[in-house]
Each structure stands twice: as structure tokens, then as C-alpha cells.
Design a protein. Structure first.
Length: 120
């Protein structure tokens, strides 16, 4: 375990799923900050640096892809994971803002694997 925890911002509007992600990530050793909307997530990102942003695509107001685009504009080295019910090829990965996709419903073991790869 690293002496300094990686900071993760999780943006998800489903309270139960958000709680599940927070609990899982904290158990994995991450420092977790959360938001229930894209706007709130961006507001938080403007006040602190994050190693990883995990966001649902469908959020009220600002969607997850736009949130990630805005975060990358102020924190270009932040790794990003978009959770979506869409197929990855439909999401324009070539834009360079998204490091990984996870399709819903996600399996936590897949999230663990993706995060480990991103933190290398």
C-alpha cells in the first residue's frame, strides 16, 4: 500500500450505487470525494486535485462526458473512467479525454482492475 492514498472523485446520481462505489473504493485504500451531479463534481474538482475521476454518463444537468472534458481542461493528468449503458464505440473514445469505460451493470472486480491499470 502506498503511503499516500490516491484521490478519487466519484460522480453518480444513484444514491445506492454511489454508496456502493464509495464503500468499495475506501476499502481498496482510496481517498474518496463524491458528488451527485456533474455541476457539483466540477465545482469540487476546481477546489482540489484528483488522481482519478469516475463518473456516470447520465447525470442531471451536466452529463458525465462533459464533466470529464471540463475536469481534464483544468487537471490534464487526471485519469478518467466513464460508467455508461452505451457501448464504448458509441462514446467517441478518440477524443482523448476518457481513459476507460465500464458498462452498466459494473462488476467491482472489473473496476478494481481498471483502477490498478490507471494507477501504474
Amino acid at each position: 500500500m502506498k503511503s499516500e492514498k490516491a484521490r478519487v472523485l466519484v460522480v453518480e446520481d444513484d444514491n445506492l450505487f454511489l454508496w456502493t462505489l464509495i464503500h468499495f473504493l475506501e476499502k481498496e485504500g482510496y481517498e474518496v470525494v463524491s458528488a451527485a451531479s456533474g455541476e457539483k463534481g466540477y465545482e469540487i474538482a476546481q477546489k482540489g486535485v484528483f488522481d482519478i475521476v469516475i463518473s456516470d454518463f447520465h447525470l442531471p444537468g451536466l452529463n458525465g462526458k462533459e464533466l470529464i472534458r471540463r475536469v481534464k481542461s483544468i487537471q490534464p493528468t487526471t485519469k478518467t473512467v466513464l460508467i455508461t449503458a452505451y457501448q464504448p464505440e458509441e462514446m467517441n473514445k478518440e477524443e482523448g479525454i476518457l481513459n476507460a469505460y465500464l458498462n452498466k451493470p459494473i462488476e467491482l472486480k472489473n473496476l478494481r482492475k481498471v483502477l490498478q491499470e490507471l494507477m501504474r
